[in-house]
Design a protein around this ligand. Structure first.
Ligand SMILES: Nc1ncnc2c1ncn2[C@@H]1O[C@H](COP(=O)(O)OP(=O)(O)OP(=O)(O)O)[C@@H](O)[C@H]1O
Ligand SMILES: [Mg+2]
Length: 349
C-alpha cells in the first residue's frame, strides 16, 4: 500500500508566557514526537482522552498550525520518498536531504507552495454552527474555497456548488439559505461540501458527528463512506466514540499526552489492546453496551500536564504494570505481532 501522509518526529509546542513582559516559562507539549503513516484510501481513527493533542496533531498535519519541529510528507512520489527515507537513515548527503525537504516537506513550505498543498487537504470541525459563517449563504460558504484558490468563478462556480451539494445529499434549493435555516445534520453536510470544493484527497475530521443525534450521526457516517469511495479520499478521523471508530475506521491511532502509544486495526485494537492505556480506554467505554453514554472518555486518575509530562513512559503514573524501567526510559513505537505498533515496555496480550 502507498503512504499518502507521513509525519516524522512531529512536535507542536505552545509557549507558556508569564508576567508583564510575557517571558517564556516553558511550553505545552501538545504534540511531542509523532511518527504516523496514513495509507492512501485509509480511514484512520485517532482516539485518546481530552487534551491529549488530537486536534493539535490534525491541524499541524494540515499546516493550520506551525510545527515546532519534525517533518510532514504529503503525497510525495514513491521514488522521492524512498530517497528521503534512505538519506534520513544513512545521513550521507545532508545537502540533498535538505533540498528534498525544501521541496516536499510541508513543515518547511510556505506561501504559494503551501496554498497549493492546502487545496488537497481539508478540515471538518465538530460543530458546524461555529465553523460556518452565519452571515454567508450556503452558495458562498461552499463556493468560497473555489474563489480563494482561483479555481472557478461566476456561473461555473455556482454549477460546481450545486454539484457538490448534490454529492452531500442536498439540492440547489439549499444554495440561498443561511446556516441558521438548516438542521444540525444539514449544516454538517454543508461543512463537508465546503471541504470537498477544492477536490481534496485528504480530509481531517475533528469529531464531526459528536454534536449530532445518533440517527443523524449514522446518516453522516454513511455519507462519509460513500464520498470516500466515490472521491477516492483518505481520512484522519478524530473521535471520542470508540464504537464509531470500530465500525468505520480501518486503522486506529491511540494518543496519550502528545505521543502515539498504539497503532493497529480496529478489531484487534479494541478486542485485544496491547498498550495498558488502550486497554483502559476500551474498558472505560465498553463497545457492546448500547446503554453506554456518548461523550468524553473519562478514565480514573489525573491526566498529567502536557507542560510537564512524566519521565520515561508518560502513562507510568497511571499504569498498574509500571516498573522502574517505565519510570526512567521512554519506550519507542515498535511492531508487536503482524499489524500493531506499540510503545510500551510491558505490552499486554
Ligand atoms: N493554542 C493553544 N495554546 C496553548 N495551549 C494549547 C493550544 N491549543 C491546545 N493547547 C493545549 O494543548 C493540549 C492538547 O490540546 P488539543 O486540543 O490538541 O487536545 P484534544 O486531544 O483535541 O482534546 P479534546 O478531546 O478535548 O478536543 C491541551 O493541553 C491544550 O490545553
Ligand atoms: Mg480536540
Amino acid at each position: 500500500m502507498e503512504v499518502l501522509v507521513e509525519t516524522r518526529n512531529l512536535k507542536t509546542h505552545f509557549p507558556i508566557l508569564r508576567g508583564m513582559l510575557k517571558r517564556p516559562a516553558g511550553a505545552v507539549r501538545a504534540v511531542d514526537g509523532i511518527n504516523l503513516a496514513i495509507q492512501r484510501g485509509q480511514w484512520m481513527g485517532l482516539v485518546g482522552e481530552s487534551g491529549c493533542g488530537k486536534t493539535t496533531l490534525g491541524k499541524t498535519i494540515l499546516r493550520l498550525l506551525m510545527p515546532t519541529s519534525g517533518h510532514i510528507y504529503f503525497d510525495v512520489p514513491g521514488e522521492i520518498k524512498a530517497e528521503i527515507d534512505l538519506l534520513e537513515y544513512s545521513a550521507t548527503n545532508p545537502r540533498r536531504l535538505q533540498a528534498l525537504r525544501q521541496e516536499y516537506d510541508l513543515a518547511m513550505n510556505s506561501g504559494n507552495k503551501l496554498k497549493a498543498f492546502r487545496k488537497k487537504m481539508q478540515l471538518v470541525h465538530q460543530d458546524p454552527y461555529t465553523s460556518l459563517n452565519p452571515r454567508m449563504k450556503v452558495e458562498n460558504i461552499v463556493g468560497e474555497p473555489l474563489v480563494v484558490h482561483k479555481l472557478l468563478s461566476g456561473r461555473q462556480a455556482r454549477d460546481r456548488v450545486a454539484e457538490i451539494l448534490f454529492m452531500v445529499g442536498l439540492t440547489d434549493k439549499h444554495m440561498d439559505r443561511y446556516p441558521h435555516q438548516l438542521s444540525g445534520g444539514q449544516r454538517q453536510r454543508i461543512a463537508i461540501a465546503r471541504a470537498l470544493a477544492t477536490n481534496p484527497n485528504f480530509i481531517v475530521f475533528d469529531e464531526p458527528t459528536s454534536a449530532l443525534d445518533v440517527s443523524v450521526q449514522a446518516q453522516i457516517l454513511n455519507l462519509l463512506k460513500q464520498l470516500k469511495r466515490e472521491q477516492q479520499l483518505t481520512y484522519l478521523y478524530i473521535t471520542h466514540d470508540l464504537s464509531v471508530a470500530e465500525s468505520v475506521c480501518d486503522g486506529i491511532v491511540v494518543m496519550y499526552l502528545g505521543k502515539v502509544v498504539e497503532v493497529g486495526n480496529p478489531v484487534e485494537l479494541f478486542c485485544v489492546p496491547k498498550h495498558p492505556y488502550s486497554q483502559a480506554l476500551v474498558l472505560s467505554t465498553p463497545i457492546a453496551d448500547p446503554q453506554r453514554k456518548r461523550g468524553r472518555i473519562v478514565l480514573p486518575g489525573e491526566v498529567p500536564s502536557p507542560a510537564q509530562p512524566p519521565s520515561g513512559c508518560r502513562f507510568h503514573p497511571r499504569c498498574v504494570r509500571a516498573t522502574e524501567e517505565c519510570k526512567q526510559v521512554e519506550p519507542v513505537l515498535e511492531s508487536v505481532g503482524e499489524t500493531s505498533l506499540v510503545a510500551c515496555w510491558h505490552p499486554l496480550n
